[in-house]
Structures are given as C-alpha cells and as structure tokens.
Design a protein around this ligand. Sequence first.
Ligand SMILES: [Zn+2]
Length: 245
Amino acid sequence: MPEGPSIVILKEVLEPFKGKKILRVTGNAKIDYTLIAGKKIEDFRSWGKQFFIELPHATLRIHFLLFGTYSLDKQTKPNKSLRLALYFARGSVFFYTCSVRLITEELEKTYDWEADVLSDRWNPVKARKKLKAMPNTMVCDALLDQKIFSGVGNIIKNEVLYRIKLHPETRVKNIPSRILTRLIKEARQYSFDFLKWKKASVLKKHWLAHTKKTCQRCAIPLIKRHCGKTNRRSFFCPNCQVKYI
Ligand SMILES: [Zn+2]
C-alpha cells in the first residue's frame, strides 16, 4: 500500500495538470462522469494516503487501498483494473485498482489537516492529546491510526519503532514521556526521510527493520509477528526494543 510520502510524490508528478481541462474521462469507477469531463482541475491535495483532485463542483477522492497504482501517458494495466483515466490536451493519467469516489463535502472541514504527518499544518501537540485518550492501545496500532498519524503505513511504523527502540506491543499508557515525544517526532521525520529516499529510488536500502532478519544494533534475529488489532506485520528486536509494562 502506498504510504503518505508516495501520495506526496504523485501530487508533485501531476502538478503540470493543475489548471488544465480534462478533455475525456474513462474507467470502470461507478461515478458520475459528467461532473468530470470538460472540467478544469482546480487543485490537487493529499491527506495521508488519500489523494484529491479538486474540480469546480466536486472532488475526486482516490484511495490506493492495498494494490493501487497509477501511470502517466500510457495505460500499463488491463481495462478491468482501470478505475479512472483522465485525458488532457497534453498527457493523460491512469489510476488502477484503487477506490475512486466523487465527493461534494468541503475538504477543509471533512479532514483534520493537522493530523497529516507530512503537512505544514501537522500538529504534534494534538497528536499527543489523541494518544493520551487511548491509553490501552498498542503503539503498533496507534501509529497506523490515520486519525492521529495520517500517512503512516506499515513500513513507517516498523522503522519508527526500531529507531526509537520501542516494542510494537507496548501500550500507549506505559510509554515514558520522553519516548512518546520521540515517537511523535519520528513519525513525521521518518516520513520525510521516506519521501527523500523514495524519490531517489533508494528507500529499501535504508530499511533497518522492515522485512529485515537481523538487528543491526544487537546482531541477533529480529522477530516477525502480526501485532495488535491491526494485525499487520511487525519486525522488531526483542533485545533493544523495550516493552514498557
Ligand atoms: Zn536490537
């Protein structure tokens, strides 16, 4: 699943289409295409893992789910996977295996923009308050909670916990204050590192925990386990990642 930084990259890639008219639209998404064809794109926005294409009377909301992808200028996957294709005077964009919806709600009011870890409006104090309100939640679940850390996915989760030496099954109420501060700080910092490395195509090279077998600090095997209610893969060191109880 694309994590927040990948959506930020998509936004940058599509920037040249801002202000451009959509000449033709196709795809198998069940939406009202008359609200799209002939319309000019007013803006692109991202909120965590969701991508928005703002049109005059509605907004296209694209969520890449688990296997969603996109391509530019050329259709690279079969029609059955093609949810949406937008054609411009110069160029086109194709979205596959994703959720496409047309929404009319005001974006500003619908989403908490201060929860987006990559946004200028990211608010760490608010994130801390939200964490305090869920004392019994395991940190592996809290990090994946899009209402707190919008944009954080499983890779970022594993890498952040490894960086701050915190066991994924630690409950929020047991995390020492200074570690909680680092958790909130690194959720954002690692997302920016992810963005930088992804752009340079060197992301995987920098993974220290995600899909790794050995702890670089302790030279012992990492544990791979599906943790928490989210039940996503966690990779962690049983020695240096502390489980506070
Ligand atoms: Zn270790």
